[in-house]
Write a protein that binds this ligand. Sequence first.
Ligand SMILES: Nc1ncnc2c1ncn2[C@@H]1O[C@H](COP(=O)(O)OP(=O)(O)O)[C@@H](O)[C@H]1O
Ligand SMILES: [Mg+2]
Length: 337
Amino acid sequence: MGAPAFDSVDEAAKALAAQGYLTDRRLATMVFLLTRLERPVLLEGPAGVGKTELAKTLAAATGRRLLRLQCYEGQDEASALYEWDYGKQLLYTQLLREKIGQLVADAPDLHEAVDRIGAQESVFFSERFLAARPLLEAVRSEEPVVLLIDEIDRADEALEAVLLEMLGEYQISVPELGTFTARNRPYVILTSNNTRDLAAALKRRCLHLFLDYPSAERELEIVRSKDTGLPDALARELVAVVRGLRELELRKSPSISETIDWARTLAVLGVGELTAPVLADTVSVVVKYDKDLRKALEALPRLLGAELETPDVPTEPASPKVSADRGSRSFARPKSR
Ligand SMILES: Nc1ncnc2c1ncn2[C@@H]1O[C@H](COP(=O)(O)OP(=O)(O)O)[C@@H](O)[C@H]1O
Ligand SMILES: [Mg+2]
């Protein structure tokens, strides 16, 4: 094992910050422990709070290569562990046709011929023909790596079972070849958007952290650190608005990256003051569902804390298409009661 990546929690926080990732104490502690205890970390939390980014940043900060397993529904274990490179096997058998021909040329019958070929099987199920997928790659790597197992909750439970050996012992067994054990323990980060519960056995093997939306201060810091071009005072107000939107129980709450996008958008538009109409015109940067949009438009004036004169919008009977005329002040559509 090489030298520890970080000497202290503070140093971990600094190293991540140097790569543009801002942590709070809790998260920095977890990262420090991950590198010291060499236990996997499970990060759970809503989309867009920086789970994936943390793994990328940790790789950059420690100079390790990042290996990423992006999970999805119906994923089979081959795509996570390894596959036999069928194309390459085929190519070799074609090129070696003559040699193989010689091998069986004087076989008295088919049984004998098959046996002789069978005796050579290990040639074709050797490391040469093994196509390592991220988990095996992480174990086999000469250099230490960061392994990101992203959105594990999307995969089926069967894949979780496959992970257990890997996460417990940093080992993977390939029946034809034996067991591979990691030369250097990878730093492993698993993320979950919490769409389902994960197996207790999986959780037991991991340090666990629930990553939520950051505090207003930290989110502002993050926005600042991205050089969005939006003046500070406006960024502060914007963060407050986004936090207000998150309280509306939207189908999809705005993420940190969307706050950043919104700040950039407003900067590009050269906005000098945050007004409800300006926000209404651009809120679709952070709110992506029609129903959410209507809730957001309705709430914006209140969230801005501005005393807005309610414009005279005709009370069209339950027109759901507020998004169609966002340009006007239709966000202030009176509640139909
Ligand atoms: N702590 C942070 N410091 C800096 N940027 C962050 C932080 N958290 C989130 N971000 C920004 O938010 C974006 C989205 O984060 P991401 O890791 O994709 O979210 P998740 O994986 O949780 O859905 C990142 O690309 C990054 O720009
Ligand atoms: Mg992610």
